[in-house]
Ligand binder design. Structure first.
Ligand code: PYC
Length: 413
């Protein structure tokens, strides 16, 4: 690196512009406390301030901004879900995504690529047809296509998958997109901060005080806060925070791993998903192939990566793309996914007055970031569930009225 550049980098005359302030202490009281400085928590803070005029808000995180699942996912955005509740919700999210870079004045590298969910069996073709019909009914651009359309969009693919899992068709969803995930957290964080919200990193929540069924305050590693509204937006830690208010959820935690190759020249335009091969892949603006697979098949509170994962995913990638046999893996990582029995989220008010949940995101929290911010900020500000989240309440499990979304998962989990 040239010496002049190094001097510039370390000079105090040219401090790096900060995306948000770092307040040195907590206030005694906030109108709302948001636990979790990931995309969902920050988006909720942003819209609380921007749309509802609530700015006396603290976002707390025991780690750093965007250090949880926001920075650990494969950044796929789509709305080709299976249930009417899911389709309407994610459709709203995709619409919000499309204007987000303008809202933030920040390049999110939002890139519409088209999204193919490959079907290798008769039953998978049936499910894709079902999803296409539900999607079309709600005005979502999805259709069942044949193997020829897949081959045309991705000529490098071995459509026979080595002869053992030939592609029979696919669900094609033109609005499918990717975005740069860390920039999303920065955009929401900066926007919230500019409107007066405080972001406190390295601030752990140790307990939540509830009196007569109403939230009263939050005990943290940096002191006590009194507040009557707390939003829990902590994928991977939801059961732990719910314990603090005596609430039980059916959420269980599984690791979800991902990896990227070294950058390659651009060759893969669409996003590809195969349930039978348990893979999803896209090529980032940097040229890396960003890939993931199913959940690890055991409950675990851990973000460790495994060699098993790299070997299994690589083998299945080679079924589709044998020419990648010399590709090198650059990085791998893991997140912790809040899984629910019906694969739909748990959102909104809870039996504890002033305690709100934005949880149960399983493997699809990233794409929901903007709509979660919109709907949760409305719910907190009005103490009334937003109409778009009516199907996602915690009470549905007591009533056995599930919102079965498993068929819309990218891969079998
Ligand atoms: O829902 O599209 C998705 C997805 C991709 C990776 C994990 N979930």
């Amino acid at each position: 690196m040239p010496y002049q550049l190094l001097r510039f980098a370390f000079s105090s005359k040219h401090p790096e512009p900060r995306m948000f302030r770092e307040p040195d202490r907590l206030k005694d009281t906030y109108d709302a406390v948001i636990i979790g400085a990931g995309g969902h928590g920050l988006a909720s803070a942003y819209y609380l301030a921007r749309d509802h005029g609530m700015t006396n808000v603290a976002v707390l995180d025991r780690g750093y901004l965007g250090g949880g699942n926001t920075g650990r996912n494969t950044a796929i955005i789509r709305s080709n879900y299976l249930t009417p509740e899911g389709v309407a919700f994610y459709d709203q999210s995709v619409r919000l995504w499309q204007d987000l870079a303008q809202d933030f004045d920040l390049n999110l590298f939002y890139s519409t690529r088209g999204h193919f969910t490959l079907a290798h069996t008769d039953s998978a073709v049936r499910t894709m047809r079902w999803r296409a019909e539900v999607n079309k009914h709600f005005g979502i651009d999805s259709e069942l296509v044949g193997p020829d359309a897949v081959g045309k969009a991705c000529p490098q693919m071995d459509l026979s998958c080595g002869g053992h899992a030939p592609i029979m068709g696919a669900l094609y969803h033109a609005p499918g997109a990717i975005a740069r995930h860390d920039a999303v957290a920065w955009g929401y964080g900066r926007g919230a901060d500019q409107r007066g919200v405080e972001i406190h990193q390295q601030t752990e929540v140790l307990g939540i005080d509830v009196e007569a069924g109403q939230v009263k305050g939050v005990r943290t590693s940096k002191g006590y806060i009194s507040t009557r509204k707390v939003l829990c937006a902590v994928a991977g830690f939801t059961p732990r925070v719910c314990d603090m208010v005596g609430l039980r959820t059916p959420i269980y935690i599984h690791p979800l791993q991902a990896m990227v190759t070294e950058p390659q020249k651009p060759w893969l335009d669409p996003i590809l998903v195969s349930g039978s091969l348990h893979i999803y892949v896209s090529q980032s603006a940097r040229g890396e192939l960003v890939m993931g697979a199913s959940l690890d098949p055991y409950e675990l509170h851990s973000t460790r990566s495994t060699l098993d994962f790299v070997e299994g995913l690589s083998a299945h990638m080679l079924d589709l793309f044998p020419f990648l046999s010399n590709a090198r893996i650059n990085r791998q990582w893991a997140g912790m996914a809040d899984m629910t029995p019906d694969f739909a989220p748990i959102m909104g008010k809870t039996p504890v007055t002033g305690f709100y949940l934005d949880s149960g995101w399983g493997t699809w929290g990233f794409k929901a970031t903007p709509v979660c911010g919109k709907t949760m900020s409305y719910t907190l500000a009005n103490d009334r569930n937003h109409p778009l989240i009516e199907g996602f309440g915690l009470a549905r499990f007591e009533r056995y009225e599930l919102t079965g979304e498993k068929g819309a998962a990218s891969v079998g989990h």
